[in-house]
Design a protein around this ligand. Structure first.
Ligand code: NAD
Length: 342
């Protein structure tokens, strides 16, 4: 049994609460939030851009409740610390939990700068516990199946990647921290980073990045469109942002072109994942669940079977932050190409 403590009970923390509660290999033993009602189990009025299935109404009488993350981290009953705090707090508490010998998952983005990511990565490398970043798109059923199909080589060489993620402006976060780019990185770090991480999952680390974007309500780049040049001639076109109006329905989509077929999925179309070839269209089967439930199941299974997680590591998550940081540099210089080092 993996004993879980969750720090931060907003949109993501309460979603994670629901998925651990439904997992027979996990047990929630501690909760932490500054808001008393939330740590006592009142999850009313918590918002987000997709329905998560996060549960309430669970008996919390045997679950420890803390207002201070340090106290949850020090709780000897906790094996896995799940950090769902605002992004500017990820690095500090991930390092503290790793130093305390816990397994750690922290929400994406890993941190707001490559330098902070490096500090977390160093703590993870020296730690007894495992470390993973909640880059849930690597686990989202359609995206995970597309990755498997590309990696299998059956579709021939990967050629182009188109990824899109667009939302209305999120206003639900506590203290509206999402709309303060100093705390969230704006939509580039908070939303678009999902697709950058996925493009890297398919193609490696880009050699060159160029991007254009507009600044929005967070004060940072809240709508970004990037061209990424990867090794072996793969190119990616990735667009994401949260500047659309309130009535805009959240959208994510991909088109992945390989020599022998093109994989296509658009969430709002209601159509299944398609493999489109000259000879016909197939609809590959995808697993049940969503990226959040499947990522947490993967981590709990890794801990229960003592296998270090190999998907969404400190290195790959830091690489995603290096790319979005390069995009901000490029967009600040009218799309100038930025070369990415090792
Ligand atoms: N993987 C995804 O699809 C996804 C989706 C949304 C958010 N996220 C990420 O999850 C993280 C949390 O975002 P959210 O949308 O849940 O935000 P939120 O504002 O809904 O929740 C944050 C919670 O943290 C609590 N908190 C803040 N500072 C605290 C402190 N010092 N000590 C204790 N509690 C504190 C707040 O009271 C709040 O309940 C962010 O990093 C965000 O980028 C990921």
């Amino acid at each position: 049994m993996v004993r879980v403590g969750i720090i931060g009970l907003g949109f993501m923390g309460t979603a994670h609460f629901g998925y651990y509660s439904a997992n027979p290999k996990a047990r929630i033993v501690a909760l932490c939030d500054r808001i008393e009602a939330r740590r006592e189990g009142d999850f009313s009025g918590i918002g987000g851009n997709l329905s998560t299935g996060g549960g309430s109404g669970v008996d919390l009488s045997k679950v420890a409740s803390y207002s201070d993350p340090a106290k949850l981290i020090a709780d000897p009953n906790v094996d896995l610390v799940d950090i769902c705090l605002p992004t500017d707090l990820h690095a500090k508490w991930a390092i503290a939990a790793l130093k305390a010998g816990k397994h750690v998952i922290n929400e994406k983005p890993m941190a707001l700068t490559p330098a902070d990511c490096s500090k977390v990565a160093a703590a993870a490398a020296a730690a007894k516990g495992y470390y993973m970043v909640a880059q849930c798109i690597r686990f989202w059923p359609e995206y995970a199946v597309a990755k498997e199909m590309v990696a299998s080589g059956k579709l021939g060489k990967l050629k182009t990647i188109m990824l899109e993620r667009v939302a209305n402006t999120p206003r639900y976060s506590v203290e509206n921290w999402l709309q303060d780019h100093q705390r969230s990185g704006g939509a580039t770090f908070d939303l678009h980073v999902h697709d950058i991480d996925y493009a890297n999952y398919l193609a490696g680390v880009p050699s060159y990045v160029s991007a254009v974007g507009i600044k929005g309500p967070s004060g940072g780049f809240d709508h970004m469109s990037a061209h990424l040049v990867y090794p072996k001639g793969v190119v990616a076109f990735v667009r994401g942002g949260w500047t659309y109006p309130n009535k805009w329905a959240f959208e994510m989509a991909f088109t992945i072109e390989c020599e022998k077929g093109t994989l296509h999925w658009r969430m709002t179309s209601g159509q299944p994942l398609q493999l489109i070839a000259d000879t016909g269209i197939e609809t590959p089967k995808v697993p049940e669940g969503n990226g959040w439930s499947l990522e947490l199941k993967y981590l709990v299974d890794c801990i229960a079977s003592r296998k270090r997680p190999t998907i969404a590591t400190a290195k790959t998550s830091r690489d995603a932050i290096r790319v979005v940081e390069a995009e901000v540099k490029s967009a600040s210089a009218n799309g100038k190409a930025i070369k990415l080092g090792k």
